[in-house]
Design a protein around this ligand. Sequence first.
Ligand code: UFG
Length: 335
Amino acid sequence: MTKNIIVTGGAGYIGSHTVVELVESGFNPIIIDNFSNSNPKIIARIEKICKQKIKIYNLNCVDEKKLITNIPWNEVDGVIHFAAYKSVADSFKKKQEYFLNNIESTKILLNIIKKFNVNSFVFSSSCTVYGNPDQLPVTEKTKTKTPSSPYGETKKICEELIQSSEITNYTILRYFNPIGAHESSLIGEESKNTPNNLVPLICECAIGKRKNLTIYGNDYSTKDGTCIRDYIHVCDVAKAHVHALKNMMNCNLNHKTLNIGLSKGISVLELITLFEQNNNVNINYDFGKRREGDIEKIYADCSLAKKELKWKPKKTITDALIDAWNWEKEKNLLI
Ligand code: UFG
């Protein structure tokens, strides 16, 4: 029988791509999203890609009462929890709101999962839990540190809550830097807030929405002075969730916390050059001061995820940059 999977934040960036992957793998995704940072029109576009209707509950994940009364939890086979505030910069200004929203929603879902005996839980975490790592690439055994932002702190606290909960069938996925968009150009990064992640900003420069990009710091101890990150196509990140669910449902997952990246560290300047070369556009940039909370270099060792999930990224950084640019051009034309 088709398995019902609740996807909180399913209208968001990684959530929407995961909904598509779930349908393609024969699951029935059910979205919970209050569109606080997403566009309600995305649902119709997900349905267009999937060629089927998707059930959506417009609910806030901190409203336990409504979650319990509206959703038929007895029919739910798994939960993927994306819904969270995610702007690093914003989290410094709204620390309390970030703590309340991100931590409370996770607590509530853990209670519900326990109460209704839901089989599997996947949590959306981040490499931010490694803070400024002492060794590279980071493995899951690399010591976690105090994250460099309140957003990061919420992810670390949520991981601890899950690990100390009575729920045993869970997978925590620590994403590195998801970029790109679905190849249909029907869904992609579409936050309501002004973007502050690198690739959406590069795209806005390329299309002329902004005059130039400020690179935060060129005095890091890296090959060209700019920060190193591990960028991975969002569809590969989405697929990792489906693999995690399948593994939990077949009861053969040993490690519960897994890094999800491409395992390739590249600098900001290298990423910009790749974008320019592959999309045939010029990006105007200048160098500014370092950004508060930025880590100098981080990239993943994902061998454990590859082994445990039988997953591996299929797309390259170039694929992701081409898809990101196509999405930027298309999204303004979409209704
Ligand atoms: N950058 C610039 N200029 C910009 C924006 C970004 O130079 O205008 C640089 C940053 O300094 C950084 C790199 O581009 O070196 C990537 O920055 P992003 O904002 O795209 O991504 P981050 O690595 O800062 O953040 C990501 C996720 C967070 C997560 C964090 C963990 O977006 O959710 O990784 O390190 F918490």
